[in-house]
Write a protein that binds this ligand. Structure first.
Ligand code: SAM
Length: 359
């Protein structure tokens, strides 16, 4: 597993990324902050918490120095320590009511407003460094496309390469042509996790169509529902709990688009994942069986009965071999059911997605 680049679009394969844009509560996206009825309620991202704590500027600067020193001391075990410095800046930005206060060269006892206790900042940074807890779980969110998605332990942190699925859907919907009515239909995101793809598609659809996101995991269902509510899309997107097609029997043959980024890491590779991923992200979201293909094949084999004629499908895979295998599988076993099958590369040029249309 590789890459911890700060440039989100250069992220190559499913791995933990430290790349997250600075978060500011003055973000242009409009978010509703207080979804109700999700029990237990998903965690509020740090940048949305009220700034009800205070500390002195000098104490905050002392924390900053301590955290930088701790980051520098672990150069060897983190692939790119400069990312840690960037993460520290972002953590402070999310924590402070007025992040500009850190630009001052003064150290005084003036009070600054924080969204968490100073002790908790020390604790979180220790977790980041010593336990390799992913930065996104520490601040409780991830920037993905134009969204800021709530994430917490138990739900996969959405990856940059997955953003392309929404672009592919957008191209199909906006492209019109013989599939011109797809934007008015039902779209399904299998294994929705944080709801990233479902919400991305929901926003592409605009006033038309609707989306169902499915996940087996309790935490994913809660977090996805929370994110859907935060973006005020609960009338357009429903999140259902269950295994793959199980909760969708009523939609057989009616689905306009089916997308999925299922678990696809071969079981034997899980131990070798970088600590942020292997120790902290949910195994249910990662483990794709012996060759990483179990879920991909299951979804691929069930897709034909769900899609209506002309319906679109897009699956994310582990890369070149998976893409070629799935493509060949669909061209031979499901030859009658699909047409215009393609392998599509990700931002880094790696063959990542298989797409096609229901005949
Ligand atoms: C790789 S994650 C993708 C999450 C999200 N779509 C994204 O791209 O960030 C795969 C998701 O599939 C879910 N999953 C695993 N097995 C499942 C099953 N049998 N039925 C439904 N969802 C499942 C996991 O809980 C996880 O959320």
């Amino acid at each position: 597993m590789n890459l911890t680049s700060l440039v989100r679009t250069s992220h190559i394969t499913r791995t933990f990324t430290h790349s997250i844009k600075p978060i500011s509560s003055s973000s242009s996206v409009s978010l509703s902050h207080t979804p109700t009825s999700l029990n237990p309620k998903p965690k509020t991202p740090l940048y949305l918490k009220p700034p009800i704590y205070t500390t002195s500027l000098s104490s905050l600067k002392k924390f900053q120095k301590w955290a930088k020193t701790l980051s520098s001391s672990v150069n060897a075990s983190f692939k790119d320590s400069s990312n840690l410095h960037q993460e520290l800046n972002w953590l402070l930005q999310d924590s402070l009511q007025n992040p500009n206060i850190l630009q001052t060269h003064e150290e005084n006892d003036n009070l600054v407003a924080l969204r968490l206790k100073l002790d908790d900042l020390y604790d979180l940074w220790t977790q980041r460094i010593e336990k390799r807890r992913p930065f996104q779980y520490i601040v409780g969110c991830e920037h993905w496309r134009d969204l800021i998605l709530s994430v917490e332990e138990g739900v996969l942190i959405p990856r940059p390469e997955t953003e392309l699925i929404v672009d592919l859907v957008n191209d199909v919907i906006k492209g019109g042509g013989e599939n011109g009515d797809l934007g008015n239909g039902l779209w399904v995101d299998l294994g929705t996790g944080s709801g990233a793809i479902a919400i991305g598609i929901g926003r592409v659809l605009g006033d038309l169509g609707r989306v169902v996101g499915v996940d087996l995991s309790d935490v994913a269902v809660r977090v996805a529902s929370y994110n859907v509510e935060r973006y005020n899309l609960q009338d357009k997107i429903s999140i259902k709990q269950g295994s793959w097609f199980e909760p969708l029997s009523e939609f057989k043959g009616q689905v306009a688009g089916l997308v999925s980024n299922p678990p696809y890491i071969p079981s034997g590779h899980i131990d070798g994942l970088q600590p942020e991923v292997g120790r902290h992200e949910p195994i249910l979201a990662l483990d794709g069986g012996d060759d990483g293909m179990s879920d991909l094949l299951h979804i691929c084999n069930g897709a034909a009965s769900m899609l209506k004629s002309g319906g679109f499908l897009a699956f994310e895979t582990n890369g070149e071999d998976h893409c070629r295998f799935l493509f060949d599988h669909m061209e031979t076993i499901h030859k009658e059911s699909f047409c215009n099958l393609k392998i599509v590369p990700d931002f880094a040029g790696i063959q990542r997605f298989v797409t096609g249309f229901r005949s």
